[in-house]
Design a binder for this molecule. Structure first.
Ligand code: ADP
Ligand code: MG
Length: 259
């Protein structure tokens, strides 16, 4: 029989540094999918979280533990059933659809396991879309897109279409698209799930570097090894946060990873 998960009371996290703004705030957040009677699922239960600007957070948990639901609730792709979600100072819960569209555009960038590039657009056009969609546009969108692609090591692939790129290159385009938005929060759902080890490490390195530059990065994974390089590991079990703190055994250098 499965041991029921123990609930962790941790409204203010251990590693919080004074003076650093809170970018993600979850207060008593629950998410229930109402499948009708016996089919109803509680995907998240009373989650309390504060994530600082520039934190590199790994959300760890087995399949079905609520990781994707948590990211989707933070990024307002899905609405919490109860509780309060505040991201980049904006209250997400109780906000109109129209405002949420704008909220997402200006605050959160998603990276998915399956890359989710536009197949009919080149690498440059895909990344340019990331710049255009924010409407922030201070400068030449194409030049920004090109610079970010160079940053992720794809300067010589800008005119390639997704099908002409390897999985790792496609994921780097997706990361470039997320970075090009300049949004304060990056939410990555199993971003290395379809990549070989070496390429996965390269992708994690890019995300880690971006957090060092001040972006708040949440990476979801079921792979405990990945959590070793996090500033902070949030473990989910059956929709509950069961631990929250620095990686066990201390933070490892990315060169120490293997899986
Ligand atoms: P993870 O990403 O950790 O694998 P999910 O957040 O996708 O977990 O799912 C958590 C739980 O919620 C699972 O039991 C899943 O079956 C359920 N769930 C997720 N999305 C839906 C949905 N749209 N409708 C009903 N149940 C869902
Ligand atoms: Mg998932």
């Amino acid at each position: 029989m499965m041991r029921p998960a123990e609930k962790l009371e941790n409204p203010r996290h251990v590693g919080h540094r004074e003076g650093v703004p809170t970018v993600v705030l979850l207060e008593g957040v629950a998410k229930r999918y109402d499948g009708g009677g016996a089919l109803a699922v509680t995907a998240l239960e009373d989650v309390n979280l504060e994530v600082d600007q520039g934190e590199f957070v790994v959300v760890l948990g087995p399949s079905g533990s609520g990781k994707t639901t948590l990211l989707n609730v933070i990024g307002a792709l899905d609405a919490a059933t109860s509780g309060e979600v505040t991201v980049a100072g904006q209250r997400v819960t109780g906000t109109s659809r129209r405002e949420l569209f704008r909220f997402r555009r200006e605050n959160v960038s998603f990276i998915f396991q399956s890359f989710n590039l536009f197949p009919g657009l080149t690498a440059l056009e895909n990344v340019r879309f990331g710049v255009d969609v924010t409407g922030r546009r201070n400068g030449d969108a194409a030049a920004i897109a090109r610079a970010v692609l160079e940053d992720v090591g794809l300067g010589d692939r800008v005119d390639h279409f997704p099908h002409e790129l390897s999985g790792g290159e496609q994921q780097r385009v997706a990361i470039a698209r997320a970075l090009a938005t300049g949004n304060p929060v990056i939410l990555a759902d199993e971003p290395t799930g379809e990549l070989d080890f070496r390429t996965g490490v390269q992708i994690l390195g890019l995300l880690q570097r971006q957090a060092e530059a001040g972006t708040t990065v949440l990476v979801v994974t079921h792979n405990r090894e990945i959590s070793r390089i996090a500033d902070r590991v949030i473990e989910l079990s059956s929709g509950l946060v069961v631990s929250d703190g620095p990686p066990r055994g201390g933070k490892a250098d990315i060169s120490e990873l293997h899986w």
